[in-house]
Design a protein around this ligand. Structure first.
Ligand code: C2E
Ligand code: CA
Ligand code: CA
Ligand code: CA
Length: 279
């Protein structure tokens, strides 16, 4: 009928069609990327108040055979929508655990921690604990060096189930960090109940820290609240010495950002931060 015709015409708006095509072809490429070996991991240093290395956050990189690297901000949401984030996430865990195991054996004096981002979809898989335990055992890594970064979306439903899962993994020795804190659905009541080790202050609050009284107040409150719940507080996206001065003043425990180091391949991270002492 006439109305269907109108809808069709609207759908074939060339701009929209281009976006649909782009998404479809990215989806096809993403589905093949694991088999084609197009993923890499980069490592970004996390530094304590004394300027010492705590460890690294593991960040996924996709470099398709054709075309340049694709930003995680583009492909992670697509991987989440399609469910591809689950196999990709296990590849990340496996590769990160092998690297951790290697560094633990080569630098036994360093006590490194490795932080891995876990999407809610992967965390909620019924066999997540068992598969992660397999990966850890096969890698030979000491699980006390492994930290999982969860976002607030993980606790949108079934908080009791989430607590139980975290506790199961804590018994293996793993640590837990609440990532991007304050940007999602935050509730103080869940924060109090979750058995976490760390809060991570999101880049968006750090960016204008030196020029925004509101952001300063928020950051100060997050640090105070984290400490009152006995949580370690780390700030991400620290780019300037000025931002670090404010964070330091309010008692932030650790930093991550371009001021200290960009995400980089494992050999570069090892040479710059593990073998050589941090600044
Ligand atoms: P995120 O977990 O909040 O990671 C921090 C992001 O900030 C990273 O972006 C990092 O490269 C960037 N960053 C670090 N220091 C600075 C800085 O000083 N300034 C600025 N402007 N940015 C900084 P990246 O690598 O593009 O990753 C984006 C997001 O993609 C991550 O945000 C995370 O949510 C997701 N992601 C990355 N790797 C993985 C992964 O292996 N698994 C899952 N599930 N998600 C991942
Ligand atoms: Ca993260
Ligand atoms: Ca963030
Ligand atoms: Ca994040």
């Amino acid at each position: 009928g006439k109305s269907a015709g109108r809808n069709t015409i609207r759908f074939f708006n060339p701009d929209m069609q281009r976006k649909v095509d782009q998404r479809a072809s990215m989806e096809t490429a993403l589905a093949r990327a694991l088999d084609q070996g197009e993923f890499q991991l980069h490592y970004q240093p996390q530094i304590n108040r004394d300027g010492e290395l705590l460890g690294a956050e593991v960040l996924l990189r996709w470099i398709p055979e054709e075309g340049g690297p694709v930003s995680p901000a583009e492909f992670i949401p697509l991987a989440e929508d399609t469910g591809l984030i689950v196999p990709i996430g296990y590849w990340v865990l496996e590769t990160a655990c092998q690297q951790l195991s290697l560094w633990q054996r080569q630098h036994p004096d360093r006590d490194l921690s490795m932080a891995v981002n876990i999407s809610a979809r992967q965390f909620h898989q019924h066999d997540f604990i068992r598969r992660l335990q397999d990966i850890i055992e096969r890698s030979g890594a000491d699980p006390r060096g492994l930290k999982l970064e969860l976002t607030e979306s993980v606790v949108l439903d079934d908080i009791a189930g989430v607590i139980e899962k975290i506790e199961g993994l804590r018994q293996l020795g793993l640590g837990f960090s609440m990532d991007d804190f304050g940007t999602g659905y935050s509730s103080l009541s869940y924060l109090k109940r979750l058995p976490l080790d760390q809060l991570k202050i999101d880049t968006s609050f750090v960016r204008d820290l030196a020029h925004s009284a509101n952001d300063l107040a928020i950051v100060r409150a997050i640090i105070a609240m984290g400490h009152s719940l006995n949580l370690h507080v780390i700030a991400e996206g620290v780019e300037t010495a000025e931002q670090k001065v404010y964070l330091e003043r309010y008692g932030c425990d650790a930093y991550q950002g371009y001021l200290f180091g960009r995400p980089m391949p494992a050999p570069e991270f090892e040479a710059g931060f593990i073998t050589a002492p941090a600044a």
